[in-house]
Design a protein around this ligand. Structure first.
Ligand SMILES: [Fe+2]
Length: 483
């Protein structure tokens, strides 16, 4: 195999693993809690072959890392998602697909690209309805065996899902229902979205499509007890621009920013749009209703990283998002005004937020996220895109509790509740890359007191490259052997 090209997203922390590993019993430092039992899955881009075209790390082949916690022991398993695209490249022995622009793909494979249902399955992972599903927002969910990580292929809910699924569907902790959406529902660059529900047992029960103000990339959305909020923010998609060699997605603030507010028991005909100042959000922490308002906590960029202006030039250097609260005033089901204000000190960047999932869609106090502390040393390429501090933020009191790694880079944390505990009582887990040793540790913190540092570390003897998102599957959901 050729060497990885000189691209910062293929070097160091980002450099793909070239092996699938099985490590049954990781070395533990500290006291690993014995009441932390379940599997922590992480998903991220891990290119199988060095790319021939310009590489965008959103397009690397998905690889799942599964860390199983069992009474103080931790095992590790990593496997590629063996998608159709992965298998074609394996057969051909190299990289044949493009980065973000499908029109740059080898012409012989264009028909495949436009009919492919599996994509790269590299963004997120959920365990719902008894299935482990890798999500990538441009294609269907991709199913893997939750124990062995054997690839099963695209999952379309018994033929009922004919479009794609966001990487950020929401689970209602009371009903177990999964609420999801997709953008560009009728094909690449279309100005429509899909909205659907999957019940707790994994059956798709509702599917609708609707028009949006313009074609844009919508990575996340918001669900509260009674409303769904669809953001249309100006990373706009254009087939015409892509056809003449321009960026398929570009920052176009002049198109405006809109939120579509829909009652959860309604249909898209009930959506009411409200305009707000242009901004971009990859991830929302949570949303809830109180006293005639919808409150949304967003990790907000003034302008987005990783996507250019329409003319191909970079966006203004402003790549760190910050926790911002949006307050939408409602008159009945109609949003009539929106106010926004930052809730955290401007020195604390805020990205990849998680919450206590029992408080999703409801008024809550605690969120945890990654942050880039630029006062600490960072030696790896493109260090603006790495995080060296974990932050615990109380959205009610604005108190901040944090922990920084001086020679390590943190990834999106995961909160695991203690059984019967109050909101926030439990553990925070984050996979931390150690630059000095080129290895990774799975660090476990007391979630309400992270500043004292990890309670325990499970040590991986190699690098776990940058991942985007993960999920926690409690041991209580394991299937008895033989079923
Ligand atoms: Fe995401």
């Amino acid at each position: 195999m050729k060497a990885w090209p000189n691209n910062p997203f293929l070097q160091g922390y980002y450099e793909p693993l070239t092996a699938e590993c099985t490590a049954p019993d990781l070395i533990i430092e500290g006291d690993m809690p014995r009441d932390l039992n379940g599997t922590f899955y992480r998903n991220g881009p891990n290119a199988q072959f060095p790319p021939e075209n310009e590489y965008h790390f959103f397009t690397g082949d998905g690889m799942i890392h599964a860390f199983k916690f069992d009474n103080g022991k931790v095992s590790h398993l990593n496997r590629w998602a063996k998608t159709a695209r992965f298998k074609i490249e394996k057969e051909l022995g190299g990289s044949f697909f493009s980065g973000m622009n499908p029109l740059e793909t080898d012409p012989k494979l264009l028909d495949f690209v436009f009919s492919d249902k599996e994509g790269v399955a590299n963004t997120s992972v959920i365990y719902h309805g008894g299935r482990l599903l890798l999500l990538e927002e441009g294609h269907l969910p991709f199913e893997m065996d939750p124990e062995t990580l054997e690839s099963h292929g695209a999952w379309n809910y018994y033929g009922k899902l004919n479009t794609v699924m966001t990487a950020h569907p929401k689970v209602d902790p009371v009903t177990g229902e999964l609420i999801a959406f997709c953008y560009m529902a009728s094909g690449p660059f279309s100005d429509d979205m899909g909205y659907y529900k999957i019940d707790k047992d994994g059956f798709l029960t509702e599917y609708h499509t609707f028009k949006v103000p313009y074609s844009s990339m919508v990575h996340d959305f918001v669900v509260t007890e009674n409303y769904v909020v669809f953001p249309v923010l100006p990373i706009a998609g254009s087939l015409d621009r892509a056809m003449v060699g321009g960026p398929p997605f570009a920052w176009e603030p002049e198109k405006g920013a809109y939120l579509g507010v829909m009652p959860r028991n309604g249909t898209p005909g009930d959506i009411q749009w409200i305009e707000m100042d242009p901004c971009f959000v990859f991830h929302f922490a949570n949303g809830f209703e109180k006293e005639g308002k919808i409150f949304i906590d967003a990790c907000q960029f003034k302008s987005p990283p990783l996507f250019p202006m329409a003319d191909g030039k970079p966006t203004p250097a402003n790549i760190h998002p910050r926790m911002n609260r949006w307050e939408i005033t409602m008159e009945g089901d109609k949003p009539v005004s929106i106010a926004t204000h930052y809730t955290i000190d401007k020195s604390v960047s805020s990205e990849f937020p998680v919450i206590d999932p029992r408080y999703a869609m409801r008024e809550y106090s605690h969120t945890w996220f990654t942050s880039t502390d630029r006062t600490l040393p960072a030696k790896i390429p493109d260090s603006d895109y790495v995080y060296n501090r974990l932050v615990h933020f109380n959205v009610q009191t604005q108190e901040v509790d944090s922990y920084a790694f001086l020679d390590g880079y943190v990834s999106e944390p995961m909160f695991v509740a203690k059984e019967g505990g109050a909101e926030g009582e439990g553990y925070l887990i984050s996979c931390v890359y150690n630059e000095g040793t080129n290895t990774s540790d799975l660090c476990v913190f007391n979630a309400l007191n992270i500043e004292v540092g990890p309670l325990a570390k499970a040590k991986v003897s190699h690098r776990v490259p940058v991942c985007f998102h993960g999920t926690w599957r409690p041991a209580a959901t394991y299937q008895p052997a033989g079923l």
